[in-house]
Design a protein around this ligand. Sequence first.
Ligand code: LCS
Length: 394
Amino acid sequence: MEHKHFQTLLVHGEHVLDSATGAIAPPIYPSSTFAFKSADQGAELFRSPLDGYIYTRMGNPTIDILRNKIALLEEQKHGLAFASGMAAIHAILVALAGSGDSVVISDTVYGGTAALCNRTIPNMGIDMRWVDCNNPDEVEKAVDKTTKLIFVETPANPTMKIIDMKAIADIAHKHGIYLVVDNTFQTPYLQKPKRFGADIVMHSATKYLGGHGDLVAGLVTCDDDDVFTELYRVVCDIGGIISPFNAWLLLRGIKTLHVRMDAHCKNAMKIAEFLEEHPAVETVWYPGLKSHPQYELGQKQMTGPGGVIAFEVKGGKEAGKIIMDSVHVCTLAVSLGDIDTLIQHPASMTHSAYSKEDLEKTGISPGLIRLSVGLEHPDDLIEDLKQAFKKAGG
Ligand code: LCS
């Protein structure tokens, strides 16, 4: 039966009830290897490994349920699962580009993505071209015959800059190349990049998809069979696969994605409004606030503002440090998308791989604080921030 609503898809999509036992939860297959019925069948499977199971690096039944589920949620044909979001990004880049090729990438991305693209990827002879993807002319100028793909993150970590996916997809497709969108901050519940022209969608599933801060994982979806074949080759060759147990945890997390995301959005909106009114706060960047410079674009692309807020307090970095050291309900930690509210300082933590010039150019100011709003009662979070602001003199 076809599921009409996304919420139903989250709960039921792809999961087939175990007919032998009636078990509702999917089984975990920790097996590293799978017995062949005969020598001929083993040889046949090596010719077409996705038609059965050989060895978990090449395919696993629990991981397959997850691969199919994320493909369904992103409305794409293929899904792949990785050990982390970084393993997923690495796989996309090395599957689709090689020595002598170039990749155009948004100048504001997660610091780990920036580190990968500034160090490891250029060492492989791939030219990474950093551009402000809010400026389509700049993107157009950066693309040439060597360019294989454009990679963007929207909203961007940590500034919450929103990128017009349709505008960038049009440029990519004019040149016959792929648009890759990192959909970590929104999840398919709040944003479906494919509907705006993205060819490949990826996630750090460590964040909202997992949702509970208890796993590290990456997911990728695509429609193109050739892209899938290349990505699958990299999974098998490099081996950055998710473990069956983490795949199972992730499947469990995904079932409640809609309930958690609604609550994250509601809490974050309340906190963002509080921050905007507070005299200690200089600026707030949250896609749910009309003051966000790309509020209208956000309304077009996203069905909710998400749970991450960036803000700057008066007194800059020093005041920010006092606030981060004074919170009790919020936890001073990196990552985002957890049920726990997490607060951190991008310039010295998640984005410390950025040079001073790049931090300045992309608006990751020394005083910028990032808050991933969790599922505590918002009034407790507001009281916590209030007392921390007071300590910082606000
Ligand atoms: N993409 C985005 C947008 C991310 O925020 C992260 C991690 C990654 C990719 C990489 O995924 P991972 O390998 O960690 O699963 N972001 C983090 C952050 O903001 N704080 O700690 C990790």
